[in-house]
Ligand binder design. Structure first.
Ligand code: PMP
Ligand code: GLU
Length: 398
C-alpha cells in the first residue's frame, strides 16, 4: 500500500542521525556493549535553575495555549539575548518560538522556498536541510568544500552556485558535522555576494553558538546589507542541554516571521507552554553551567583528537566548536580484514560497530563520503574505551 503515500513522502529520506542513534540504542538494549558516538546531543542534565522553572510553571498552571509564536516574555528574552550576546537588534514581534530549531528551520524553508527554487547548501551539511528543501518542492544545490579549506564555502564558490532561480542559502556556523566556524571576514565576503542578488535569502543556523572553544560567535545577520534577508535560527537544545524540551526560535524580518507564525498556527500551534517557561529561565539566567559544559567538551575533544591523530590513515582537523569530529577515513577504502572488505564510509561504520563496538554516522549522510562523524558528547571513560578499540580495529585493516 506504500505506493499510495504522497509523492512528497515517498521522496523524503529518514533523518540518518536520529535513525543511527535509535539503531545503536536498540543494539545496546539487546545487551551489546556499544559506545554510542552517533548522538548529537549533550550528555549533561539540564541545569537546576531551568528545571526549577519548568516545575514552577506546572504549579503555576501554565497549561493553556500560548500565543502561536510564543509567550511575549520569551520573545522578549530572545530579543534581549540577541542584543546582549550578538549585538543584533530585533523586536520581539520578529521572533517566532517553535518546537526546536529544526521546526524553526522547517517554518523558514516552507515560507520562502517555492516549487523549483534552488537552495545553496554547502557540504558537509546537517542531514535535515536538503530533505526540508525537497519537502518544500525546492532543489538543493550542494556545494562541496574541502578538508584543506576547513570545510568552508568561499565567496567565489557561492557566487558560482547562484542562478536566477536561487532563493536561499543555508549556512550552519558553527557547523554540524565538521565543527568548523566561519570567521567574520569570511561571512562578510559571503554577505557581499548575497547583497548582489535581490531575491536571495539566508537561513543562518546558529544552534552551536555557545559550544565554542575559541573566539566569539559571528552571525551573518550583523551585516546591514543583508540583515533584512537573513533568518537567524537558534535554540536552547545544545547550549542548555534541553534537547527533549523542544524549544527553538527564529528571528527574521517581520513579514517572514509573520508567515512562519501563520504556518505554525496551522501545523502545530504553540510550542509547549512549560518548556517555554523553562526557556525563559535558560535565556535570561546564569550561563555558568553552559561554560562548564563547554570546558568538558573541550577536554573531550582534545582527548579524542590525541587518539585520532595517533591512528595511521585517519586525518582530522581541530574543530573550534560544536561536539563532533569529522575525520577523513578514505585511506581505509579498499582495505580488508579477512573476508570483510571496506568499500566506503558506510562499510567502515559497520565494521567499527561490529569489531570495535563503536557507533558513528557515515559522512555520506552529510554529503561528504570520505568521512565519518563521531560525537564526543559522552563521558571521558567511554571516549577512551571507544578510541582504543577503534585504533585496534583499524590497525587490522590492510
Ligand atoms: N541544526 C543543527 C545543525 C543541529 O545539529 C540540530 C540538532 N538536532 C538542530 C538544528 C535541531 O535542534 P533542535 O533540537 O533544537 O530541533
Ligand atoms: N542534531 C543532532 C545530530 O545531528 C540530533 C539529531 C537530529 O536532530 O537529526 O545528531
Amino acid at each position: 500500500m506504500e505506493k499510495y503515500l504522497s509523492k512528497r513522502l515517498q521522496g523524503l529520506a529518514e533523518s540518518q542521525t536520529l535513525a543511527m542513534n535509535q539503531k545503536t540504542k536498540d543494539l545496546q538494549a539487546r545487551g551489546l556493549d556499544i559506545v554510542n558516538l552517533t548522538a548529537g546531543e549533550p550528555d549533561f542534565f539540564t541545569p537546576a535553575h531551568i528545571k526549577a522553572a519548568a516545575k514552577a510553571a506546572v504549579d503555576a498552571n501554565y497549561s493553556f495555549y500560548t500565543p502561536v509564536d510564543g509567550y511575549p516574555e520569551l520573545r522578549r528574552a530572545v530579543a534581549d539575548k540577541l542584543r546582549r550576546e550578538n549585538g543584533l537588534e530585533y523586536r520581539p514581534e520578529q521572533v517566532v518560538v517553535s518546537n526546536g530549531a529544526k521546526h524553526a528551520l522547517a517554518n523558514a524553508i516552507l515560507s520562502l522556498v517555492d516549487e523549483g527554487d534552488e537552495v545553496v547548501i554547502p557540504a558537509p551539511y546537517w542531514v535535515s536541510y536538503a530533505e526540508l528543501v525537497k519537502l518544500a518542492g525546492g532543489r538543493p544545490v550542494v556545494v562541496r568544500t574541502s578538508f584543506e579549506g576547513g570545510f568552508k564555502m568561499s565567496a567565489a564558490q557561492l557566487a558560482a552556485a547562484i542562478t536566477p532561480r536561487t532563493k536561499l542559502l543555508i549556512l550552519c556556523s558553527p557547523s554540524n558535522p565538521t565543527g568548523s566556524v566561519y570567521r567574520r571576514e569570511e561571512l562578510a565576503a559571503l554577505a557581499e555576494v548575497v547583497a548582489q542578488h535581490d531575491r536571495l535569502f539566508v537561513l543562518s543556523d546558529e544552534i552551536y553558538e555557545h559550544i565554542r572553544f575559541e573566539g566569539q560567535h559571528e552571525s551573518i545577520a550583523q551585516f546591514p546589507a543583508v540583515k533584512d534577508r537573513v533568518v537567524l535560527v537558534n535554540g536552547v537544545s545544545k547550549a542548555y542541554a534541553m534537547t527533549g524540551y523542544r524549544i527553538g526560535y527564529l528571528a527574521a524580518p517581520l513579514w517572514i516571521a509573520k508567515a512562519c507564525a501563520k504556518l505554525q498556527g496551522q501545523l502545530t500551534s504553540n510550542a509547549s507552554s512549560i518548556a517555554q517557561r523553562a526557556a525563559i529561565a535558560a535565556l535570561s539566567g546564569d550561563n555558568t553551567p553552559t561554560r562548564e559544559m563547554v570546558e568538558a567538551f573541550r577536554r573531550r575533544r582534545d582527548l579524542v583528537l590525541r587518539h585520532l591523530n595517533d591512528m595511521p590513515g585517519v586525518r582530522c582537523g581541530t574543530p573550534p566548536a560544536a561536539f563532533y569530529v569529522f575525520p577523513d577515513v578514505s585511506a581505509f577504502f579498499g582495505r580488508r580484514d579477512g573476508s570483510t572488505a571496506i568499500g566506503n564510509d558506510a562499510d567502515l561504520c559497520l565494521y567499527l560497530l561490529d569489531k570495535a563496538l563503536v557507533a558513528g554516522v557515515p559522512g555520506s549522510a552529510f554529503g561528504e563520503p570520505t568521512c565519518i562523524r563521531f560525537s564526543y558528547a559522552t563521558s571521558d571513560e567511554l571516549l577512551e574505551k571507544a578510541m582504543r578499540s577503534m585504533k585496534k580495529a583499524l590497525s587490522n585493516l590492510t
